[in-house]
Design a protein. Sequence first.
Length: 411
Amino acid sequence: MNPSYTILPIQGKVQHYEWGGLSFIPALLGINNEKKRPFAEYWLGVHPLGISQILHENGAVLLSDFISANPDKALSATVNHKFGGLPYLLKILDVNQMLSIQVHPKKEVAIEGFDREDRMGIARNAYNRNYKDQNHKPEVMLAISEFWLLHGFKPQAQLEEALSEIHEFQILLPLFKKEGLASLYSFIMEMDQQSVNNLLLPLVKREIRNKREGLLTKKDPGWWVAKYYQEENPVGDIDRGVFSIYLFNITQLQPGEAIFQGVGVPHAYLEGQNIELMSNSDNVLRGGLTSKHIDVPELLANTRFESITPKILTGRTIKDGETVFYFPVPDFALGYVQLNEAALFEDKATGPEIWMVLEGGVIINNSMVVKKGESFIVFPDNDYQFRTSGKTQLCKAFVPADNAYSQYEEN
Ligand SMILES: [Zn+2]
């Protein structure tokens, strides 16, 4: 029997990027990680670099094929008309080592860049490919542990403070005062490597010493610089991404708190576990602290050079145990359900909803059992009832109703 558009178990794809942790995702998914491979991300969606599978009695089928067989039914006519496909990609991340400094492009830039790289003959999965698809990639993360990240440029006064207090940065202060942030950041990112080394090597060594002597906390840029170099004195070239650690807001989130990363806001994840939700895209422009492809001109062309104060979101309580987060994009919204004891949770899907159980388990509509680490999709127009017997945590990605995303401001 072929599955119908009801509620179906799905299986995602693990990405073994080098910055990933060894145990969180394996424990979540119930996988033995004897070989000690890094488990960085778990993807749920239809992105070509990791398409989920629908599991059914006779085997498995790609979620993308199942959706395109009847998109109006799988997505709802409204969502299909608006986006032409599943608009979001849901992930679980375990950040052990700092990620790259990055920004995400606008949709128009992605469309143009994708075509340009195709014309240049750069393979879709090539190392030096910037644009993996033709979509924008606004993204949000919800912390499921204490989480640290770099998010946007610091306010003006704090930038001036950093540039005047750090001896090595003092020569940059006049440029910043005279020409502003864009000039300063471009200057740093385009500086020749020898000058980068001259400026940063003594600083990095000092920070490593400071961390060892217990003079730093995670609120200090130096703590992350020392961690990046694994507290060993660096040899060879110093990564210019180190500058960004001093210029961006170091932001701490508690479990249950979220932050939205809009187009052009530079950021880098530092440490922790999160749920990440984004438009269905893998377009990342990188500027350092990575062995992945770096493209400084493309990064600079797509960065918003403005100071920001990070906006930490706590969501809106919809009903007992359920918090929903809306964002300033129509592509996705995020639900987080925490039930502390035996409970009944009911709702109805209006568009495609992807769910994952993070803790405990649920019985859906008295028939389907879903446990920790397992995921499912609820197709539009299906009612559901979850029964739980104890502490349970789930997250859900969904497409917000028209204009619901304007509630972002009220989060
Ligand atoms: Zn990002």
